[in-house]
Design a protein around this ligand. Structure first.
Ligand SMILES: Cc1cc2nc3c(=O)[nH]c(=O)nc-3n(C[C@H](O)[C@H](O)[C@H](O)COP(=O)(O)OP(=O)(O)OC[C@H]3O[C@@H](n4cnc5c(N)ncnc54)[C@H](O)[C@@H]3O)c2cc1C
Length: 433
């Protein structure tokens, strides 16, 4: 008998192992396939892990890729309700050392008399919200995600196509030039405002281009942050300053598209001078500016959020202007409600992808999604209006709001994400699984 030389034997072993791996990939079965591992998709995978449902997460870009749209340097204001959800998911403790609390909010119409202030003491909470960078949030959401019970991460990998049948959804994914077939009971579209899943299903969107872009940069102010977040409505567009860790402030400056090229081409010194002129000196003299990035702004709302075996969440369902810092906060509330509904369905032997199950989710989320989109869009339009009577009316409105406790209380709770019927995670409790 001829004994194969060492190199032949190794080649055979490798061929057999590859064939086994191929068999495995051909039969990949899941309960929930999440397309998009951005802030919202990754949050859903974390929320559901350990509850018995088998989860796949498909994400095109690795965490540290410059093309990853969710986890860059942008400052993300996390509402108090979002903190509770992250607590329920067991992530808050790790994130808390990277966040800066928002104790007070100061909203003003620059050069005019209107202003409104919000304080954490009046709501009896430790903070109205917190600020993290997208990158820090991504680190926490992605840490060990592929090792979580029943979670399989496909990254970098992209959705190629999918097909919905009565009993399931068949998803084709491309990873490293090979095509994988995943079978699931539910497809979750968390693939952002240009959602491919939404497009393939021909779901209509209501879309409004604001003709504006958000310019972001993290700044070092002359005075240390004292927990105050500022929203300044200025002639050249709304400007938000959010207290960030390491003594910085996160700037989100809305500029008309016609001015974007000019703003992005300034050197740092010119940029700081212009920001200073617009914002004023409440934070002393700005000393340093971090990397600048810009994002075109639009309102995108899908007309349907569920179809049999498919659900749209986060930006795939509703992408908002960042003026109120609500996009992710709204998206993680989608996650908390969906996780509640899916786990409950599974525990009671119901199909998580059935339309009846998904309808419970859609109905639960409808009011909050509509209210936040409407409030955000109205604010953008109100403060973009240069007409004198409108300007006077909005300034009187701001002062009235500053004085009227019940209205202020209601609005603040809405922005904190703690109004209405709350799922378990939004009450800071883990899922019962
Ligand atoms: C300047 C700015 C400031 C903001 N500030 C705040 C704030 O203060 N507070 C707040 O709550 N929100 C804020 N937001 C909004 C927030 O960033 C978004 O709501 C949030 O990122 C949406 O997350 P998402 O996961 O739904 O979508 P995305 O972040 O767009 O993620 C979608 C993911 O899907 C992946 N993907 C897409 N297509 C495919 C495919 N075919 N296959 C595989 N993967 C795919 C993408 O790579 C991406 O990772 C801000 C937004 C901007 C632009």
């Amino acid at each position: 008998m001829r004994v194969a030389p060492e190199s032949d034997r190794l080649r055979w072993i490798r061929l057999i192992l590859n064939a086994c791996a191929l068999c495995e990939t051909m039969n990949m079965e899941f309960d929930v396939i999440v397309v998009g591992g951005g802030m919202v998709g990754a949050s859903l995978a974390r929320a559901l892990s350990g509850c018995g449902l088998r989860i796949a997460v498909v994400e095109s870009w690795t965490l540290n890729s410059a093309r990853q749209p969710s986890y860059d340097d942008r400052a993300i204001a996390l509402a108090y309700g979002t903190r509770l959800i992250l607590e329920g998911m067991g992530l808050w403790r790790d994130l808390s050392s990277d966040v800066e609390p928002i104790l007070h909010v100061h909203v003003s119409d620059r050069g005019h008399f209107g202003f409104t202030r919000l304080h954490h003491e009046s709501l009896n909470v430790e903070a109205l919200g917190y600020v993290a960078t997208g990158h820090d949030l991504g680190n926490i959401l992605f840490r060990g995600i592929g090792d979580l019970p029943h979670v399989e991460l496909f990254c970098p990998a992209s959705l190629v196509d999918f097909d919905v049948s009565e009993n399931g959804v068949h998803v084709t994914v491309s990873r490293n030039d090979e095509e994988l077939n995943l079978n699931g009971r539910l497809l979750v579209a968390a693939d952002g405002s240009r959602s491919m899943v939404r497009e393939r299903l021909s779901i209509n969107v209501r879309e409004w281009q604001y003709g504006q872009s958000a310019v972001i940069s993290n700044l070092t102010p002359g005075v240390p942050p004292n927990g105050t977040a500022f929203e300044r409505f200025t002639e050249s567009g709304p400007m938000a300053m959010l207290p960030l860790n390491k003594g910085r402030y996160g700037l989100i400056w809305t500029v008309d598209d016609a001015r974007l090229h000019e703003v992005m081409s300034w050197d740092d010194s010119e940029f700081l001078t212009q920001v200073q002129q617009c914002f004023g000196h409440r934070l002393g003299r700005f000393e340093r500016a971090g990397r600048r990035a810009s994002y075109p702004l639009s309102l995108v709302r899908a007309e349907e959020h569920i179809r049999p075996r498919v659900v749209l969440i986060g930006n795939a369902a509703h992408a908002l202007h960042p003026i109120t810092g609500q996009g992710f906060n709204l998206g993680i509330r989608d996650v908390a409600a969906l996780a509640d509904v899916l786990v409950e369905a599974d525990q009671n032997g119901r199909d998580p992808g059935a339309l009846e199950t998904l309808s419970l989710y859609a109905e639960w989320r409808r009011h909050d999604q509509q209210a936040v989109a409407l409030m955000t869009d109205s604010l953008v339009r109100l403060f973009a209006n240069p007409l004198l009577p409108i300007r006077i009316a909005r300034d009187i409105g701001m002062l009235a709001l500053d004085l009227a406790s019940p209205a202020k209380h209601f609005l603040t709770r809405q922005f904190m994400g703690i109004n209405g019927r709350l799922p378990r995670l939004a009450r800071g409790l883990g899922l019962e699984c």
